[in-house]
Design a protein around this ligand. Structure first.
Ligand code: GAP
Length: 454
């Protein structure tokens, strides 16, 4: 195998996603809607896998975390109390010449609308307004009346739905601190400068967990969760050299946070936040207690009352999705042919195996391949492909990251075995057809790390 290792660009990933139907621009027949995307078949399967791996690590395999699914539109007082109405702002400047809008704190990364494009403010023609605060929440109305009294917001984070349910869950789930509440769902932000594909979008799926702890233990739990989450990202196969931790300085921290560290990934656009882990202290439960009049506190068996502190790991499926594709993408030459291969962790890959009759017109091969496919699809997402030359079928599967292909050939008809081809090593071995299902179950549970060359 000859390697053609080039740093992957965001354009390459966007083009693969489009070509293979992972993700495409939304509302395309109407000219699109800036930075919104729709997921096709393989994109949905990949997102489902990311979500369920997160849920498995954060809820299913733990005794101390329970799940929640709260509403997207909450009583607007929630956002007053949380500080989002007053403080969830980005500073914005407009250019009176090119009519574009920029984040005042990120002008160095922006391009102005004139040709050749420069940084906003760099040319004498640029005419920037003074920065003004722009609230990122999308506003809507509840009910038939559209006035101030009916105004509400699409949630900009899932976290607040958790805090307002603290009392319900603590009582009903019979949990005591330290314990956590986990939630996955859509969040919405009217980002001023969305972009870089799915990295910064206006509608995204957050996976957040609020971990309630005795105040004296907060620092220790903060370190614990930082370590757990970094380990989890490594377990998905993200390469060590592309992951790092970065602690926020005081000025950078959100209004609620007493400590935040980002797990950063080396995206094609540079080191950027993949996941944030924050020590939110008692801020949210205190705010909701004051605004709602309901005491959100914990009373221990000795009758001591306290407001638990909160440690929060928060990430979006979108940022993981982009990181995984960038990490996995590779072009190489095999024999005299080029192949694009997505070396995804098998548990993340949208399709777990392909079942291929070597000669589709051969009735014996076709029948056996179809029967194997129908057996396996009851347990895993697998594909049956009988169109085109076998080499092309392998390459189609490589491009979507299918880890294994089972091929039914002449020998199958003689000895009831199939070949299994490994996406990463290209090694082939023979297996009894009756053992394929157990082999696949085992293979999917094995540890996996990226064989990607540096
Ligand atoms: N509850 C805390 C919170 O929402 P955040 O740092 O604003 O904190 C948490 O967001 C995570 O959500 C980020 O680390 C990132 O993974 C993801 N995220 C935030 N804004 C996003 C956007 N516009 N597009 C995609 N993902 C986003």
């Amino acid at each position: 195998m000859a390697e053609t290792a080039q740093p992957v660009t965001m354009e390459t990933i966007v083009s693969l996603c489009r070509r293979r139907g992972f993700v495409f621009p939304s509302s395309e027949i109407y000219g699109g809607l800036g930075s919104t995307y729709d997921y096709g078949h393989y994109g949905v399967l990949t997102k489902n896998n990311i979500r369920s791996l997160w849920f498995r690590a954060m809820v299913q395999e733990r005794d101390d975390i329970v799940a929640l699914d709260s509403a997207i539109i909450l009583n607007p007082s929630v956002w007053e109390a949380s500080g989002h109405v007053a403080g969830f702002n980005d500073p914005l400047v407009d250019c009176r010449t090119c009519k574009l809008r920029f984040r005042a704190d990120q002008l160095e990364f922006a391009s102005c609308g004139r040709k050749p494009s420069k940084r906003p403010g760099e040319t004498p023609d640029c005419d920037l307004t003074e920065p003004r605060q722009f609230n990122l929440m999308f506003e809507t109305h509840v009910g038939a009346l559209q006035d101030e009294s009916s105004a509400a917001y699409l949630r900009p984070e899932t976290a607040q739905g958790i805090f307002i349910n603290f009392k319900n869950v603590a009582q009903l789930a019979r949990r005591k601190p330290p314990f956590g509440i986990a939630q996955v769902g859509k969040s919405f932000r009217n980002e001023i400068t969305p972009g870089n594909f799915l990295f910064r979008v206006r509608e995204f799926e957050q996976m957040e967990m609020e971990f309630f702890v005795p105040p004296a233990d907060a620092t220790q739990w903060f370190e614990y969760w930082l370590d757990q989450r970094l380990t989890w990202h490594r377990s998905l196969g993200l390469r060590e050299e592309n992951l790092r931790l970065r602690e926020h300085g005081e000025a950078e921290r959100s209004h609620y946070s007493s400590a935040t560290s980002d797990i950063e990934y080396l995206y094609p656009i540079g080191w950027q936040e993949l996941e944030g882990v924050a020590n939110r202290g008692a801020y949210d439960l205190t705010q909701h207690t004051q605004h709602s009049g309901t005491k959100l506190e914990w009373i221990d068996p000795d009758g001591n009352r306290y407001t638990p502190h909160v440690i929060e790991p928060a990430v979006s499926i979108e940022r993981i999705f982009v990181a995984l594709l960038c990490d996995a993408y590779h072009e190489e030459v095999v024999g005299d042919r080029e192949r694009v291969v997505l070396r995804l962790h098998p548990q993340v890959s949208p399709v777990k195996a392909a079942i291929l009759p070597l000669v589709p017109r051969h009735e014996g091969m076709a029948t056996r391949a179809r029967a194997l496919y129908e057996e396996l699809r009851r347990y895993h997402v697998v594909e049956h492909d009988d169109s085109g030359q076998i080499g092309r079928r392998y390459r189609r599967q490589d491009e979507i990251g299918t880890p294994w292909a089972f091929t039914v050939d002449e020998q199958t008809l003689e000895d009831e075995t199939v070949t299994v081809r490994d996406r990463d090593s290209l090694a082939q071995e023979r297996l009894p057809i009756s053992g394929v299902r157990a082999w696949l179950d085992d293979a999917l549970e094995r540890d996996w790390s990226s064989p990607q060359p540096d």
